[in-house]
Design a protein around this ligand. Structure first.
Ligand code: UDP
Ligand code: MG
Length: 347
């Protein structure tokens, strides 16, 4: 790739010709700063992958001709991730934010977004699945005016049938009642303009289901198909149960129809039960038949209790989210910050 490919992002006023003309006329020139990019990498036990990723990423960003920084957010790793990241922080473009414990990927991403100083921010995973090779394409879309360029998996053949089916079901449920929709197969690998990052940072909620928040803020977005690479070292931190919990966060953050469904279900169940009860009483009083069918009573009692408990559970999920919000605890705590990165200019 041409080393100065993105340098035309520098304002024309600071082109050599413009500067020469201004200098000859003895007009003081103020050189507008180069446009800048922050790359944010959330890491939880990625010591085996980080050196390779940061080396490739550094080369890639250096070749763009733009100002850049890479921010590693260590999400309370228990391996050598902080030590590996700290070594890189001797190079001026690299920074590391060490969280005080593991807060989860969504919190780590938010920490990175809050720390980023670039005109655009690129998010990528620390396990080598998100190849820096795609960055040129993301930047090209940004240069052409897109406010978001997000990577979409070209296929999910590497996943099992249950996970693929669960993912499809989740997107159907979460997208059923909105003016905006969460694109299926899109993850956190994306470039966002400063406007978009600032919009995301304005959202105060603590349950940060990022895929939903990206969709909620809107802006002009372009999808870029890609095939994720296999993970480098280590294994995925998102087990089946953790994915289900994340999906629950997504559903409760972006839908209220389950609550309405509970009321409708209650009505649908109560109406026939009431009618049947009335029929039994009348049958006993008018015809004189003894009330029979203990089995039916026990089965229907268990059925209704089951429905009631599920309904309470659904309501409980929402109440739990409200509880998290009202506590108002910070999303994450920073233990230490290393390195320099981009200058802290006015944003
Ligand atoms: N991650 C994190 N905190 C966590 C779990 C994961 O910062 O609690 C990071 C992880 O180190 C990686 C990215 O999030 O850089 C994606 O995680 P992973 O590869 O385990 O997820 P998958 O690719 O399987 O969805
Ligand atoms: Mg991964």
């Amino acid at each position: 790739m041409n080393a100065t490919r993105f340098e035309h992002l520098v304002d024309d006023a600071c082109s050599p010709a413009a500067t020469a003309v201004a200098a000859s006329a003895l007009v003081p020139t103020t050189r507008p700063p180069r446009r800048s990019i922050s790359c944010v990498i959330p890491c939880y036990n990625e010591a085996g992958n980080l050196d390779e990723l940061l080396a490739t990423l550094g080369q890639k960003m250096g070749a763009t001709g733009l100002a850049w920084e890479v921010i590693v957010v260590d999400d309370g790793s228990t391996d050598a991730t902080p030590a590996v990241a700290a070594r890189w922080c001797h190079t001026p473009e690299f920074r590391c934010i060490l969280l005080s414990r593991n807060f989860g990927k969504e919190a780590a991403l938010t920490a990175g977004l809050q720390a980023a100083r670039g005109d655009a921010v690129i998010l990528l995973d620390g396990d080598l699945q998100h190849s820096p090779d795609l960055i040129d394409t993301l930047l090209q879309h940004w240069v052409n005016g897109a406010e978001v360029a997000y990577a979409v998996r070209a296929q999910r053949n590497d996943e099992g049938a249950v996970k693929r089916w669960g993912t499809r079901l989740f997107y159907k449920l979460v997208n059923s009642s909105h003016r905006f929709s969460l694109p299926q197969d899109a993850g956190d690998f994306r470039l966002m303009d400063r406007k978009v990052v600032n919009a995301l940072l304005q959202l105060p909620e603590r349950t940060r289901f990022m895929k939903g928040l990206y969709a909620w803020v809107g802006f002009q977005a372009v999808a870029v198909p890609y095939t994720p690479r296999p993970r480098g070292h280590g294994s995925s931190k998102f087990s089946g149960l953790r994915l289900v919990l994340l999906a629950l966060d997504g559903l409760t953050s972006f839908t209220t129809w389950p609550l309405r469904m509970v009321s409708i279900l209650g009505l649908l169940m109560a109406a026939p039960a009431f009618a049947y009860g009335a029929y039994l009483v009348l049958d006993h009083l008018l015809v004189g038949n003894a009330v029979s069918g203990w089995t039916t009573i026990v089965v229907s009692l268990m059925f209704f209790i089951g429905i009631q408990m599920i309904s309470t559970g659904i309501v409980g999920e929402y109440v739990a989210r409200i509880f998290d919000e009202v506590k108002g605890r910070p999303l994450y705590l920073v233990k230490n910050e290393l390195g320099q990165g981009l200058d802290k200019g006015p944003q």
